[in-house]
Design a protein around this ligand. Structure first.
Ligand code: SF4
Length: 223
């Protein structure tokens, strides 16, 4: 395979404030692909808005890139990059390759929208840390901030996250981007949801980093 003609799937390591030196795996390829179009997304406008799983990057490409990678100090391997990593149908196969070749804790950053799918839950059950995005507790907030693909339903997404919580043995983090002020009622809803999910960690973030002015294909990948 001529790796000069394809977009690399392995990048970094990059410094992650939360996880240390993180080797990134991007299974989406050159076209930003997600089931959300978050207003604050560092990728800019998402080019492919979808909920359908597809293989975007061949598993063998990742294996070859990991094999050819120069030695580097790495704390974790993080699946993130140009969109939502669970949209990659070969996620489980690539996780198995990473387990074999890198032998570091594996992190997946997800928006949680596909966790209603049993296959996705099974794929993610094999990793050490899953960080799930929950930015909104009402459909109105969700539509305004995360701008989901039309097929998605907030209550169904919460149900999928809850089902995953019940079976996942690893470290579950909830990541929440705090944007507009919440009403007291919204805060109570959020607390109730978090108590029900009982995650190992809650990360409250603010969009401090500027949004890109360059086209998405030239933007830094998510980490
Ligand atoms: S911030 Fe994450 S979930 Fe939101 S659009 Fe960008 S890649 Fe998708």
């Amino acid at each position: 395979m001529d790796l000069m003609t394809v977009t690399p799937a392995v990048y970094g390591p990059v410094r992650s404030w939360r996880f240390g030196q993180s080797l990134g795996i991007d299974l989406l390829g050159a076209v930003s692909t997600c089931s959300f179009q978050c207003r604050y997304c560092q990728l800019g406008t998402i080019e492919r808005l979808t909920c359908d799983r597809t293989e975007f990057v061949p598993t063998q490409q990742v294996a070859t890139e990991l094999h050819q990678m120069p030695p580097a100090a790495i704390d974790v391997v993080t699946f993130s990059g140009s969109g939502e990593p669970t949209l990659a149908r070969n996620l489980a196969a690539v996780i198995a390759v990473v387990r074999q070749q890198v032998r570091r804790p594996i992190v997946v950053l997800t928006n949680g929208t596909l966790l209603g799918d049993r296959t996705v839950r099974q794929d993610l059950a094999a990793v050490d840390i899953v960080a799930v995005k929950i930015d909104a507790v009402t459909a109105q907030q969700w539509q305004a901030l995360n701008r989901p693909a039309t097929r998605l339903n907030l209550e169904a997404v919460f149900a999928g996250i809850m089902t995953f919580r019940e079976m996942f043995k690893g470290h579950l983090a909830i990541q929440t981007m705090v944007m507009a002020p919440w009403s007291q009622q919204d805060e109570e809803r959020y607390k109730t949801l978090i108590q029900a999910l009982s995650p190992d960690e809650v990360q409250l973030n603010t969009p401090l980093r500027p949004r890109p002015l360059t086209p998405p294909s030239q933007c830094p990948r998510q980490s």
